[in-house]
Design a protein around this ligand. Structure first.
Ligand SMILES: CC(C)(COP(=O)(O)OP(=O)(O)OC[C@H]1O[C@@H](n2cnc3c(N)ncnc32)[C@H](O)[C@@H]1OP(=O)(O)O)[C@@H](O)C(=O)NCCC(=O)NCCS
Length: 146
């Protein structure tokens, strides 16, 4: 397995498949995806096939006091490659990059079914508030100091 920096557009097929409900025409593109001053994207490759992606955006959430924060978005692994530590590897590879950019805090809106994953990789819930994101479902705000 290899972790590499990838372009935003490389993430779209996995985002579209894993994160966008199939009945929606919604695109898998996020704001600032292509702005290299704000975001970076990592991919895990198995035998040259991109199988897991994650994207990181310099984005402050006012609920946290840290001045400089990153938001994790678009974290997904193809079903047949889940449970092999790929998302954990992507996060481990992202932490030094985030630190290099003078940030020590990573937060995300975690889908409720994925909360257990985020806890395993060291994220905490800010509180137990569950909020709905349109068309996607219930989420919980989580964070990790890095
Ligand atoms: C959540 C997701 C990204 C995890 O990716 P993955 O590559 O399978 O994760 P890893 O293999 O690195 O898992 C790390 C650990 O978390 C555990 N884990 C993975 N998904 C979990 C879940 N949903 N609940 C509880 N634990 C989970 C793994 O078993 C592993 O535990 P271990 O260290 O004891 O072996 C993947 O299941 C996925 O793509 N889900 C659908 C899309 C999604 O919901 N993304 C999150 C959006 S907020």
């Amino acid at each position: 397995m290899k972790v590499l920096r990838i372009n935003a557009q490389d993430t779209y097929p996995i985002r579209q498949l894993m994160l966008v409900p199939s009945h929606l025409l919604k695109k898998a593109k996020f704001e600032n995806d292509d702005d290299e001053d704000i975001s970076f994207h990592l991919g895990a490759f198995k035998e040259s096939k991109l199988v897991s992606v994650a994207s990181f955006f310099y984005e402050r959430n006012q609920l946290f006091s840290d001045l400089h924060q990153y938001q994790l978005r678009g974290m997904a692994t193809l079903p047949e490659f889940q449970g092999q530590g790929l998302s954990s590897e992507l996060l481990s590879s992202a932490f030094p990059i985030i630190k290099q950019n003078f940030c020590t805090m990573l937060w995300c809106n975690a889908r409720v079914p994925a909360v257990g994953f985020y806890q395993k990789v060291g994220f905490k819930k800010l509180n137990d508030d569950v909020f709905e994101i349109d068309d996607i479902g219930p989420h919980i705000l989580m964070f990790k100091q890095i």
